[in-house]
Design a protein around this ligand. Sequence first.
Ligand code: SF4
Length: 440
Amino acid sequence: MDSEEVQIRVAFVTLGCPKNEVDTNRMRTLVSNSNYRVVDSVEDADLIVVNTCSFITEATEESLDVIFELLSDDDIRARGGRIIVAGCMPARFGKDLQDELSEVAGFLPVDEEDRILELIERLTGAPAVSTAPGVMRAAESCSAYVKISDGCDRFCSYCTIPFIRGRYHSRTLEEIADEVASLVSQGVKEIILIGQDTGVWGHDLEGEADLVGLVGHLCGRFDDTWFRIMYLQPEGISDELLDLFAHSPNLCKYLDIPLQHSNARILHEMNRTGSSEEFLSVLSNIRSKIPSIVVRTTIIAGFPGETEADFAELREFLENAEFDYVGVFAYSQEDGTRAGERTDQVPESIRIARANNLRELCDTISFAHNTGRIGQIVEVLIEDFEETDDTIEAIGRTQFQAPEIDGAVHLPKVAGEPGDIVCCRLVDSFCYEYEGELLQ
Ligand code: SF4
């Protein structure tokens, strides 16, 4: 078939975390740089790629809902639109999923997503012609996630990720820097470095390679770009890394440290390490070295065997630790995990009640921190503009706000372009949102 005649249209639907967004963007770029065409709407597509999440049961159910909705859509069926299921679900459930979803045209588990053109060719009979082999992915906005590694070797007892995404594997510094260079050349102003466990980046590469070297290289080479590191396990926070934070103005003073719990026994049963005392000491060291730093964590409430006393200790720890942001999750019992097989599961209603209790506490602490920042002068990266009745409002983020999870700064009557970095004073706060005023 002549490639000029082929107009296979492909749409993408992404579910789950930022790592999936990166994977979708990579697949989208491969398709864009071929004779197939990317379309925005599933209504216009011949093939719809659903990049799924199945980290926990709730995410799996959401993914299935989306797939079944697309499979039963009369318009899509009438014009022969077909569905490809990509990402975590086919990686986690393999053949069982394929048997369950017999109407799905094809499957692309996470480690096969780079073969998307092959799959489209096989499904449509239209030979794939790659017009820009090896090309970097296209920037989607002024802020972009860059994966520095994938997989995880920690095998936390409640987690499915190592079974879905495999063992830890770092991308090389050259690969990462090339991708950053490409995104920066397209106007990206903030790069968010992600991986399941960013602190151990490089340990599996040949020669001397560590996170401090990688981030120092990136911050020095792209000194007009903000860099943000996500998902640093507490063991990955070395004094060298804190020195780098202190001396790199373009490294966001923001640490995301997923602790999950603070009770030593529960942490041990999670196959993790630490205790309330150890974590408070880590936090105190961080804050003494970088007083302006903002710290986020994630916590799991209702892990199997969590007693009232363990929960009270966790609550007290959170009161003392005073995190700026906390993501609280009720424990989710997952098949195929050691924690999931335990017989001392905490009843779901108690898990949910404990999670809500902690959320309320952490919100109160976060809101107080936010109020305390009123009057501060900060840089804001403008991401969007919204028209209200009689004015235009710019919406952006400071270095202490990661996209989608930490709120935004609203700047009334500010003109400009997405990607502009402006100086403003924080004049008011409401929950996780701020109002700012532009300083000339
Ligand atoms: S560190 Fe633990 S929770 Fe995080 S991905 Fe690895 S195994 Fe899962």
